[in-house]
Write a protein that binds this ligand. Structure first.
Ligand code: GLC
Ligand code: MG
Length: 503
């Protein structure tokens, strides 16, 4: 088995994790200084949100240079140091790869703007206006409005599935493919253990720029709400050729896709056949499901049934876009947060924690005048500074108004969420069943979810307001109510509680 299947991964938003130089912006040296925390927690790998130079219209997801470090975050040497120091602690580092689009400040785009025959013109997707002067087709930007902007000096529209300052790359152009081969190799040579691939499903756009079809009620509510089903603007089958190419180039490094598709039948192909595409494909149906057994269990069972042999699930409840599980799933109730974390760490698959999940951090309040996210559906609340101590950090780039949940206090309290997460990670490490055992749903009353892992491990979760009794018996290994650890399990599950049982 491989480190990334059996390990626990951890997402770091570098601007908010730890600030080493007091300029109010988290940085690479700050992360290095906090590696001991991650080692103590039992983390095997970290994914860094983009660390490359960027004008930050979309906070790093508008890359101006793929092979350098944003000066706010440090230098390439700082990154090398982070990789080396993480390595000493058995922690691998994944970078964020943003291949769908660049910043409009990127040298390629700046050149592309100089004329229709510029050397890098075809690195991007250009199209003539319709006869009435309008955009070439009906595609919509994920961030609202049309996905096309007219560049008047050259008389053509360019494509941007996100902000107008994030022009889409043209993946039909072999030169773009070659550039990215070089970018992957550049990072691999620096010791990077793999990539999280931004909007992985969107990289290739329809060559003929066909209109997206109108969404119907049969689509996922989020797609229906958007109005169009992104069948041609994204999700093209040719994306799989790009992923195969990267897989061949990657050797033992891993590829984790932000595969934002809200239909499992569209998700499965990203794993490829015979381990030739992504190692892990994030499951956004799970992220967006409610903390309700029937919903979550249905998704887990479907994945268990549909994943090809050799493919491995990945489970997450928080990230820098969807926000934090302590708020979205648990509505700020700590008992619910504990249940959600226990579930993530005991399903079959690789868990990704988001910085702050380990202390049950809810979304931060960001007053309107301090909001920085360009997207109307503001994501700042899930990106606020990591509370290391009870000292709020109002001078950080985003404010931290409430530091009552913080690492220092929880570390001193063996009953804290932090210790629960650490103990669950340690239990995974010790127990083959939890790392590699099969998943099997067991009978459970409505409101509960019970599953077996491997030979002799049972997990029982009560996600309801009422006490329930389940059939499982054995000895409690870890419970969300820590006073039950090591006691016999008689099947009783108080409201919003969970247990891992030997038996
Ligand atoms: C991905 C990122 C998100 C960003 C978008 C556009 O969805 O996770 O933060 O805004 O891509 O790059
Ligand atoms: Mg700093």
């Amino acid at each position: 088995m491989s480190w990334w299947r059996e390990g626990v991964l951890y997402q770091i938003y570098p601007r908010s994790f730890a600030d080493s130089d007091g300029d109010g912006i988290g940085d690479l040296r700050g992360i290095t200084a906090r590696l001991d925390h991650l080692e103590w927690l039992g983390i095997d790998g970290i994914w860094l949100n983009p660390t490359m130079p960027s004008p930050n219209h979309d906070w790093g997801y508008d890359v101006a240079d793929y092979c350098a470090v944003h000066p706010d975050l440090g230098t390439l040497e700082d990154l090398d140091e982070l990789v080396a120091e993480a390595g000493k602690r058995g922690i691998r580092v994944l970078q964020d790869l943003v291949p769908n689009h660049t910043s409009d400040r990127h040298a390629w785009f700046q050149d592309a703007l100089t004329g229709r025959d510029a050397a890098h013109r075809e690195h991007y997707v250009w199209a003539d206006p319709r006869p009435d002067g309008g955009p070439p087709n009906n595609w919509l930007s994920v961030f609202g409005g049309p996905a096309w902007t007219l560049h008047e000096p050259t008389g053509q529209y360019y494509l941007h599935n996100f902000l107008p300052s994030q022009p889409d790359l043209n993946w039909w152009n072999d030169a773009v493919r070659d550039e990215f081969d070089r970018i992957l190799r550049f990072w691999y040579e620096r010791g990077i253990a793999g990539f999280r691939i931004d909007v992985c499903h969107a990289i290739v756009n329809d060559r003929d720029l066909r209109d997206d079809p109108v969404a119907t009620e049969a689509d996922h509510p989020k797609v229906y709400e958007r109005g169009l089903r992104a069948e041609f603007s994204m999700n093209r089958p040719e994306v799989h050729d790009v992923l195969k190419r990267w897989r061949r180039l990657s050797g033992d490094r891993i590829l984790v896709g932000e595969t934002y598709v809200l239909d499992l039948d569209q998700l499965i192909p990203y794993y490829g056949a015979g381990e030739d595409q992504l190692h892990l494909a994030f499951n956004f149906l799970f992220v967006h499901a409610d903390l309700v057994p029937a919903e979550l269990r249905g998704i887990v069972e479907a994945i268990e049934e549909k994943l090809p042999a050799g493919a491995w699930p990945v489970w997450t409840g928080s990230n820098h876009d969807a926000g934090r599980l302590a708020t979205r799933w648990a509505a700020g109730h700590e008992d619910r947060t504990r249940c959600a974390l226990l579930m993530l760490l005991t399903l079959r698959g690789t868990p990704f924690l988001y910085y702050g999940d380990e202390i049950g951090l809810p979304e931060g309040e960001v007053p309107p005048e301090r909001r920085l996210d360009p997207v109307p559906d503001n994501r700042d609340g899930g990106r606020t500074p990591m509370p290391w101590t009870d000292d709020p950090a109002p001078a950080m780039w985003l404010p931290l108004l409430d530091a009552s949940r913080n690492v220092a206090d929880q570390r001193a309290d063996p009953g804290s969420v932090l210790h629960l997460v650490r103990d669950l990670i340690a239990l995974r490490r010790d127990r083959d069943d939890l790392r590699r055992g099969d998943y099997e749903t067991l009978p459970a009353p409505r409101g509960a979810w019970v599953w077996r892992r491997g030979e002799a491990t049972t997990v029982a979760v009560n996600l309801s307001d009422a006490p329930l009794t389940v059939e499982a018996r054995g000895t409690v290994l870890i419970a969300t109510d820590r006073s039950r650890d090591g006691t016999p399990f008689d099947g009783a599950l108080p409201a919003w509680s969970a247990v891992v049982v030997d038996g």
